[in-house]
Design a binder for this molecule. Sequence first.
Ligand SMILES: *[C@@H]1O[C@H](CO)[C@@H](O)[C@H](O)[C@H]1NC(C)=O
Ligand SMILES: CC(=O)N[C@H]1CO[C@H](CO)[C@@H](O)[C@@H]1O
Length: 275
Amino acid sequence: MNCCCFKIFFAAFLLLNSANFQENFSNNAKQLLDGKIHKELADEMLSDDIGIQQGNDVKLMKPGSINLTLTLNKLEFEVCKRDCIGESKVCYESLNGLSDTNAVGSCSGLSSCEFKVKNDEEDNTLLFGEITHVRKSLFFGCLTSTMKYPLVEVLKNLEFESCDPKVNPADKMIKLQVIHLSSCPIIVKNAKIHVPEVASTKPPPTPNPIDSSLTASFPWWGILIIVFAFVLAGIGIAYCLFKKRQASKHANIKPTVSNTNVATLESPSKRKKES
Ligand SMILES: *[C@@H]1O[C@H](CO)[C@@H](O)[C@H](O)[C@H]1NC(C)=O
Ligand SMILES: CC(=O)N[C@H]1CO[C@H](CO)[C@@H](O)[C@@H]1O
């Protein structure tokens, strides 16, 4: 009888298992976890993005082109002296200043001007462009510079040549090319990663990928299988209980039943044993 109970439960278990519910559940759990970790911890390391959003700003992550929306209509780069131990270069599309070869720098051919910053270990400065050395002892934390033609004042009386950024007046978008990022992070202040217009006219994105995958992984036949498995398990339990009660009836009642009753029910062989 015990063996039979096991068989029934095992069949129910197999049914559930064959439907991949466990696998899908763990997949969903993994997705959930991945999403969380991605957001909270490993954004910078795992991301394939050229830039990532950090509050109101965008941190440039790796070489490539990226479109940004400049919320305040100005292109402002931030460099922090503690983080900048290498050298970085960014080209930004420009309007005025393209004739200034110093401002254009190595961005020639891209209709862009260059923002270049380098840690100069020897004289303990940050070098902006080719000639503008800013002594690190002159400032705390970070420096911001707003690109404009013909000069940017990065600190009082310290200027470098730059251009007016070409910001699309309709959507405040600017195109950047990150040329080089080597241990000198650059943050674009008051910027958002530009979302192309076409994306918003497409069918609206699924509100929550985790929710939709959860519902998608439970088709109607899946529910049917669960119900069937439960019914099977229920029948199994009922059957086992019934068998058990019958067994205990036989075991308990036999000795106390009156002889006359037993005589009519019992087989001849058993009667022989009792007598
Ligand atoms: C930036 O926007 C232009 C359209 O103005 C588009 O052609 C280009 O692919 C975009 N670049 C990126 C990296 O999104
Ligand atoms: C039973 C069930 O919903 N199985 C699904 C598990 O997930 C895969 C894809 O990840 C689906 O193809 C199965 O239909």
